[in-house]
Design a protein around this ligand. Structure first.
Ligand code: ADP
Length: 293
């Protein structure tokens, strides 16, 4: 069983010939609205694989919030701890040009109002989970409260994807088992080396275990027993949006089911590979049967 504490955003996407500069107005395609946000993405990815999954988060009392709640419910995610109100639902305003380059403005909205008290109100739910997965699209004090619950005796295992990246309080880093991040995020957290070296540096900085994802090159896993490379699966990538979220969710679910870190990362790499062969984020996530096939 997996509990995700994290963000839910509506992604508002418009295709444009050219992204606008200062003071400029351009006309674009019809608006597409997609459910997104790293927390909701992870919860949907895990539920689609077959994990019993709940999302602790916050959306606004508005149409975007209802869209997100519906997409989570359709995937089988328990939304009883998804709070409603306090600010508009988070949105990402995305313009994409014909070459695929984008410009994005994120309004965190309700995600920024998810408080440590909200987490404490769901403490029993968190303690009942094998694994709790979180990320930095909600306030760092809120993540710190999740880490405290995880670090207490009998607490769940903590998986943290530090995205968007920022320096972490020492006690948060010390609760991560694993920290799951790409090389860019690893640099912001203080790693100077790439790949294997970055994973080992973050382990020395205090994480209990580390998984560095390397896109088409797979991932590196490091813990007290050593460091190993997990290969990716060769696929024709179509759209990598949300692949990292699918990877993290799959990893967290397999760890909760008792898999070793390497084994869980190998499974997560297969899930990430399927996700990049399909367009979109949540729309691209496979079932366990599709991963086996
Ligand atoms: P992020 O999107 O967070 O930067 P990555 O790009 O490292 O994350 O992707 C996460 C995981 O998804 C990778 O570790 C890998 O397993 C899988 N993946 C991503 N891109 C590809 C690809 N082109 N081919 C195969 N697998 C991929």
């Amino acid at each position: 069983d997996l509990v995700v504490v994290g963000s839910a955003n509506a992604d508002l996407v418009v295709g444009v010939e050219r992204r606008p500069g200062a003071g400029e107005t351009v006309l674009g395609s019809d608006l597409a609205v997609h459910p997104g946000g790293k927390g909701a993405n992870q919860a949907v990815a895990a539920a689609r694989l077959g994990a019993r999954t709940a999302l602790v988060g916050r959306v606004g009392d508005d149409a975007h919030g209802r869209l997100l709640t519906a997409s989570l419910t359709d995937a089988g995610v328990d939304t009883a701890a998804l709070r409603v109100g306090g600010a508009p639902t988070g949105v990402a305003l995305i313009t994409v040009d014909p070459s695929g380059d984008n410009s994005i403005v994120v309004s965190p909205g309700a995600n920024s109002r998810l408080t440590p008290e909200d987490v404490r109100a769901s403490a029993d739910l968190l303690r009942s989970a094998a694994v709790v997965s979180t990320l930095l699209e909600v306030p760092v004090e809120t993540v710190a409260e999740v880490a405290r619950i995880a670090a207490a005796p009998g607490g769940p295992r903590l998986v943290l994807n530090p995205s968007p990246p920022r320096e972490l309080p020492r006690e948060v880093l010390a609760a991560c088992d694993p920290l799951v991040l790409n090389e860019h995020e690893a640099r912001v957290l203080g790693a100077t080396a790439a790949g294997r070296g970055a994973a080992e540096e973050l382990l020395r900085l205090g994480a209990r275990s580390v998984v560095v994802t390397l896109g088409a090159d797979g991932a590196v896993v490091a813990d007290a027993s050593g460091t190993a490379h997990v290969p990716s699966v060769k696929v024709d990538a179509v759209d990598t949006t949300g692949a990292g979220d699918a990877f993290t969710a799959a990893l967290a679910w397999r760890l909760g089911a008792g898999a070793a870190l390497r084994e869980a990362a190998a499974y997560a790499a297969r899930v990430g590979a399927v996700a990049v062969t399909r367009a979109g984020a949540q729309e691209s996530y496979p079932t366990a049967a599709e991963v086996s096939a």
